[in-house]
Design a protein around this ligand. Structure first.
Ligand code: ADP
Ligand code: MG
Length: 280
């Protein structure tokens, strides 16, 4: 490389840095050589470096959105075995993966007993939403309620409400596992009510609707919360037999896999789930 060219290259890299084009800065020399040997003209070169920059920007933005979503683990729907949970409406779940419910500000309610794939499906939907450019936040309900109670103590509720209001999708995992008390229920209801028709909620729960009053500690509140949640809502029932348990049983007693269906599918009692609207 001649001295002039070296100086040009240093200046070019300085300009690209000032213009905040790190991918072009890193790749331009290599790509220029490839274009030269491939007979690609200047415009063709410019097009390729711009495309590289945009792809890399989108990749980084998606990674940032995924990090901000604070998912407990990355789960994909391709890892989900629908044949193991025949109760689940596979077509509905796959349709939800297209994320159109987010544009309609609809909610998704996943109901079923523990270990039936509720969090897995909710997380897969959250991952997909992130990759489609949506702002997502995942909370276990108890963690969110604790944060809301603390924020209220410190007069910081408006800060957390401001953060939540920027979301396209709020995932509330494990509603109903732990009673949350009157104050907690009121704060949670407030979050759900602010979300109503301005963003989508995904709620996972092991509670049939009749039992929501016990957890939300207030009949009027529960009615109103359920009303908002289930208005424009897709309900996915995940059933009663734990995948974890089934998996563990398979692992521990491998020979029993070949036992007759009636014998091997005996699982924990299925909790009856009422998927009608409250009071319906
Ligand atoms: P829930 O939230 O209903 O209690 P999870 O979604 O946490 O259940 O599922 C428990 C574990 O079993 C997770 O590791 C999840 O990935 C896995 N799992 C559950 N159902 C399936 C399934 N049908 N196919 C593959 N993995 C599953
Ligand atoms: Mg779960």
């Amino acid at each position: 490389m001649t001295r002039n060219r070296e100086v040009d290259l240093i200046r070019l890299k300085g300009h690209l840095k000032a213009l905040r084009l790190p991918t072009i800065q890193a790749e331009c020399v290599k790509l220029a050589q490839e274009c030269l040997s491939g007979g690609v003209d200047h415009l063709g070169f410019l097009l390729r470096v711009c495309e590289l920059e945009l792809i890399e920007r989108e990749r980084k933005a998606a990674a940032r959105r995924l990090k901000a979503a604070a998912l407990p683990a990355i789960k994909l729907i391709s890892e989900f075995d629908f044949t193991a949970q025949p109760t689940i409406n596979r077509l509905l779940v796959l349709d939800l993966m297209r994320c159109e419910y987010l544009n309609r500000r609809e909610n998704v309610l996943l109901i079923g007993t523990s270990g039936t794939g509720k969090t897995h499906i909710a997380t897969s939907l959250a991952v997909e939403a992130c990759s489609q450019g949506k702002r997502v936040r995942f909370y276990r309900v108890t963690d969110l309620v604790t944060q809301l109670l603390e924020a209220r103590e410190e007069r910081q509720l408006s800060r957390i409400r401001g953060q939540l209001s920027k979301l396209d999708l709020l995932v509330l995992d494990e509603l109903g596992y732990v009673p949350m008390g009157k104050a907690g229920a009121e704060l949670l209801f407030d979050v759900m009510s602010r979300a109503y028709e301005s963003m989508s909620l995904i709620v996972t729960t092991n509670l049939p609707f009749e039992q929501w009053t016990e957890v939300l500690d207030n009949e009027r509140l529960t009615g109103a919360t359920l009303d908002r949640l289930t208005h424009r809502c897709q309900i996915v029932e995940t059933g009663g037999e734990s995948y974890r348990l089934k998996d563990a049983r398979r692992g521990r007693r491998p020979r029993e896999v070949n036992k007759p269906e009636a014998e091997s599918s005996k699982g924990p009692e299925q909790t009856p789930v009422n998927t009608g609207r409250p009071g319906a």
